[in-house]
Design a protein around this ligand. Structure first.
Ligand code: NAP
Length: 277
């Protein structure tokens, strides 16, 4: 298996591995700890958590159990919606570090731009919240800072009011959800775009003849095709599984290339049903 730890360089020179292991909904202690440990043992060097997932402590434990050195791991967490505002954000960054048992985070994101209690003043709220991230970055506690789920209007508000520009925007991305304007604006402003829930088309694609043919053509699973698709679109996919075999399978995507015609098929793919983002 080829090494998945090819990196993309953020605007400040920080290297981010181009495949991350996600931990959303990993709240069962054993599943979460073992999942993180299994991912690191399988070779992943990029772990994504969030205050909102309620599992930072478990993720920290999984990291320690793996015996992979802290400096080899790119670790991300995100600000919970209830912790917006300069003072709260400042304090809660310390709490994340403590829960994870680390001295610094490689990346910290504002999880959502518009949150309960700030529906009316979200513009000012984001500017003040961002200031706390900038200060923690300057203090060396956060090696990179960024955003999550920020669409064009949210970027338009925050970007002119930053001293330090965000380095990442983490958004939902996969065939059927390409958020082209947001991706373009994020990139024009120097941000690396990360893809969350990249495997969500699996249930629909399982019934799709063209995709089934592709699994034969490339000798890869639908999950592997979807993750490879992200890599070729230069999205940094974050993927999660609590199953060791799937964790290993999802990492094995660096020895093939999806051709132009099949990339185009995925680009045109339409998702059924309501899509949360
Ligand atoms: N910023 C945000 O607002 C936001 C929102 C959502 C997610 N995220 C981040 O992005 C990460 C990825 O998103 P996601 O958790 O929705 O995961 P995903 O990678 O899109 O996976 C979705 C589901 O697919 C299953 N799966 C995984 N590998 C598979 C495989 N090889 N074959 C078949 N099924 C497979 C998993 O179930 P099993 O565990 O049962 O295998 C998982 O529940 C999250 O964990 C989180 O870190 C961020």
């Amino acid at each position: 298996m080829k090494n998945a730890n090819v990196t993309v360089t953020l605007t400040n020179g920080t290297e981010m591995p181009i495949l991350g292991y996600g931990t959303w909904q990993n709240t069962d202690p054993k599943e979460c700890i073992d999942g993180v440990e299994a991912a690191l043992k399988a070779g992943y060097r990029h772990i994504d958590t969030a205050q909102m997932y309620g599992n930072e402590q478990l993720v920290g434990e999984g990291i320690r159990n793996s015996h992979v050195a802290r400096e080899e791991i790119f670790l991300t967490s995100k600000l919970d919606n209830i912790n917006h505002g300069y003072e709260k954000a400042k304090q809660t960054i310390e709490e994340s570090l403590e829960r994870l048992g680390v001295d610094y985070l490689d990346l910290f994101l504002i999880h959502w731009p518009v949150v309960e209690g700030h529906e009316e003043d979200w513009k000012q709220d984001n500017i003040e919240t961002w200031r706390a991230l900038e200060e923690a970055y300057e203090a060396g506690k956060l090696k990179a800072i960024g955003l999550s789920n920020f669409k064009v209007e949210h970027l338009e508000n925050l970007l002119p009011n930053c001293r330090i520009k965000p380095m990442v925007n983490q958004i939902r991305l996969h065939p059927g959800v390409l958020q082209e304007e947001t991706v373009a604006m994020s990139r024009e402003n120097g941000m690396v775009v990360e893809a969350w829930s990249p495997l969500s088309p699996i249930p629909q694609m399982k019934e799709n003849e063209a995709v089934i043919k592709m699994t034969d053509k490339y000798n890869k699973t639908i999950a592997q095709l979807l993750l490879r698709y992200c890599i070729q679109k230069q999205f940094v996919p974050l993927t999660k599984s609590v199953h060791k075999d799937r964790i290993i399978e999802n990492y094995d995507i660096f020895d093939f290339e999806i051709d132009e015609e099949d990339m185009h098929y995925f680009d045109q793919f339409e998702m059924e049903g309501d899509i949360f983002m």
